[in-house]
Write a new protein. Structure first.
Length: 505
C-alpha cells in the first residue's frame, strides 16, 4: 500500500472505457490501495471479484490510459525559482541580455535585492558576457544571470561584491565556482521556496508527471525531509545525494530507495550525483578532440571535474552502502571515463546526459547495466552549437537510436530549468529530432513513439496488475498525434499512488 500517512483510505475505483496504452484496446482498470488490482478486457464489466459497496466506476469515454510519466533529471528548486525569474532564453547576444536586464530593472520591484535571470546561451554569441555590460544596464542593483545549462553564472560588479568575488575580471564564472557563488547569494526564505516547489510539482502533475529525480545541488535529502513533513508532494520524488553529504547519508544508513520523512513512500533517497566534465555550451564538456578555435590552449578539450581515480573511489564507497551513482558525462572522453569507472566498480547506476559518445562505448551501457539518463529536448536546443563545436562528430551526438539499438535502457528527463519540465516536449523531440520548421537533425537517431513513451515512463510500457497506480489519462492517442499535438498533449487527469493529482476528479 502506498497511501500517504495520515490520509483516509480511499475506496476502490474502476476506470471504465479507457484505452490501455497508445493504440490499445478498450478496457476497465480497477485501482485500490494505491495499486492496479484488475485489468478487465470488457470495458462494461465489473471487476472479476464483483462490485464492492462504495466503489465507483468512472467512465473515461475512450480516452487513453498510460503509465505515469517521470522526469528523470530535474533541479526542482532552480526550476521553481526560474518560473519567477527574468527569462533570457532566445537572446542572441550579450548586448541583448543587458538590454533586457535594463528594461526589467525599470519595472520589476525589489530595489537593492538581487535581480535573477536565467536561460542565456552564449555559445554562438558574437560578443562575450562581461560585468561591464550589466554595470551599465543596472549599476546599483545586484544582478545574477544563470546560463541555460546551469554551468555558468554572469554577475555585475554589485553582485560580485555581494558574493565575495569583487575584482573578478569578467563577472562570468563557470562550473563549481559558479555553484559556490550562487549559494553565497541571498535566497528567498525556505517557506517561500517550498511553496514555489509545491506549485511546480502540481504543474508537473498537470502534464502527466508522477515522479521526478531531483538533482538540486545541496542537501536535497534534508530539504525533502522538511517538505514531506508539511504535505505530500504532487509527484514522487527521488532526492539525489551530493558528495559533500555522502558521509552523513552513510552514517544514517540511507540508501537509494530509502523512504524520506512522512510522505508515505512518495519521497525517497535517490542516487549520488558525480561529475566528470562540464557542458557543451560552455565548451567545458570533456572531449577527445579539441574545440574549434581553442586548439593548443588550456582547456581546449574541456575540463575534467573529477579525476578517474577519485571517481572510482567515490562510486565504490557509495555503492558499498547501497547508494547508486549517477555520473554527469557529456563529452565523449567523459563518457568513456564514466563507463570505465562503472566497469571498475561493477555497480548499478546511471550516466546523466551521455551527449557525445564514441561508437565503441554504445554497447557498454547495456553490458554494464548502466542507465542512460538523457534529455531529448537538448538535442534540438543544442543542434546549432553542436554543429559548430562538435563539427564532424554530430552523427554520434544525442545518439538515442544508437543507444537503444545497442540494448541500453533510456530514461528521459528535462534537466529543468535547462528545458521545461514537460515530458511531452522530450517525447516529441525524441520522435521528430526537431522543434522548429527545419528538417530533422540526424533523423537516423529518431526513436519510435512506443520507445519514447517507455523512456518517459522509466521503462514502463504497459499497465499491469500489481503496478503502482501511477497513471495518466490523455485526450488524444499519442500514436496518431501530429508533432505539435504531441508537444502540447492535452492531459485529462493524473494519478499518483492511487490519488488524483490533476484533473476534474
Amino acid at each position: 500500500m502506498t497511501e500517504v500517512a495520515g490520509t483516509p483510505r480511499r475506496p476502490a475505483l474502476t476506470l471504465g472505457r479507457v484505452r490501455l496504452g497508445a493504440g490499445g484496446p478498450l478496457v476497465g482498470v480497477r485501482v485500490a490501495d494505491g495499486r492496479v488490482t484488475h485489468v478487465v478486457p470488457d470495458p462494461g464489466a465489473a471487476p472479476p471479484a464483483g462490485p464492492v459497496a462504495g466503489e465507483r466506476v468512472l467512465d473515461l469515454d475512450g480516452r487513453v490510459l498510460l503509465p505515469g510519466l517521470w522526469d528523470a533529471h530535474v533541479h526542482l528548486a532552480e526550476w521553481a525559482s526560474a518560473r519567477r525569474r527574468l527569462d533570457l532564453s532566445g537572446t542572441a547576444s550579450a548586448r541583448e541580455v543587458a538590454d533586457r536586464v535594463r528594461a526589467h530593472g525599470r519595472t520589476a520591484p525589489g530595489a537593492g535585492t538581487v535581480l535573477f535571470g536565467y536561460g542565456f546561451r552564449d555559445g554562438l554569441w558574437p560578443d562575450a558576457p562581461d560585468k561591464g555590460l550589466l554595470d551599465a544596464a543596472l549599476p546599483d542593483r545586484p544582478v545574477a544571470l544563470v546560463s541555460a545549462d546551469l554551468h555558468a553564472v554572469w554577475l555585475n560588479s554589485a553582485c560580485l561584491a555581494l558574493a565575495g568575488r569583487a575584482g573578478h575580471p569578467t563577472g562570468l564564472i563557470r562550473e563549481a565556482e559558479g555553484h559556490e557563488v550562487l549559494s553565497a547569494l541571498p535566497d528567498v526564505p525556505a517557506a517561500t521556496l517550498d511553496a514555489w516547489i509545491a506549485d511546480a510539482c502540481r504543474a508537473a502533475a498537470a502534464r502527466g508527471v508522477t515522479g521526478v529525480i531531483d538533482f538540486q545541488y545541496g542537501d536535497t535529502v534534508g530539504a525533502w525531509e522538511r517538505r514531506s513533513a508539511q504535505a505530500p508532494p504532487a509527484v514522487r520524488v527521488s532526492a539525489a545525494v551530493y558528495p559533500s553529504h555522502l558521509d552523513a547519508a552513510v552514517a544514517r544508513g540511507l540508501h537509494t530507495g530509502s523512504e524520506i520523512g512522512a510522505s508515505g513512500g512518495l519521497v525517497r533517497v535517490g542516487p549520488l550525483k558525480l561529475f566528470t566534465d562540464g557542458s557543451l555550451n560552455t565548451r567545458t564538456a570533456l572531449c577527445r578532440d579539441p574545440y574549434p578555435g581553442l586548439e593548443n590552449t588550456e582547456g581546449s578539450h574541456g575540463i575534467e571535474q573529477t579525476a578517474p581515480d577519485e571517481l572510482v573511489r567515490l562510486m565504490r564507497r557509495s555503492a558499498a552502502h547501497g547508494i547508486e551513482p549517477a555520473v554527469h558525462a557529456i563529452g565523449d572522453r567523459a563518457n568513456t571515463v564514466a563507463l570505465d569507472a562503472f566497469e571498475a566498480v561493477r555497480c548499478r547506476g546511471r550516466i546523466e546526459h551521455a551527449q557525445l559518445l564514441s561508437p565503441e562505448d554504445l554497447p557498454r551501457f547495456a553490458g554494464l547495466g548502466v542507465t542512460a539518463g538523457v534529455q531529448p529536448r537538448h538535442a534540438t536546443d543544442d543542434r546549432d552549437v553542436a554543429d559548430r563545436y562538435w563539427a564532424g562528430r554530430t552523427a554520434r551526438a544525442f545518439a538515442y537510436a544508437g543507444l537503444l539499438a545497442a540494448g541500453a535502457r533510456l530514461e528521459f528527463g528535462s534537466d529543468a530549468p535547462v528545458s521545461p519540465l514537460d515530458p511531452w516536449l522530450a517525447v516529441a523531440s525524441a520522435v521528430t529530432r526537431t522543434d522548429d520548421d527545419r528538417a530533422a537533425w540526424h533523423p537516423e537517431q529518431r526513436l519510435p513513439l512506443p520507445d519514447a513513451l517507455a523512456a518517459a515512463a522509466r521503462g514502463r510500457r504497459l499497465i499491469r496488475v500489481g503496478d503502482p497506480a501511477d497513471l495518466v489519462v490523455v485526450d488524444v492517442d499519442p500514436l496518431t498525434a501530429a508533432p505539435d499535438t504531441l508537444r502540447a498533449m492535452p492531459v485529462h487527469a493524473t494519478m499518483t499512488a492511487g490519488r488524483w493529482t490533476h484533473g476534474p476528479y
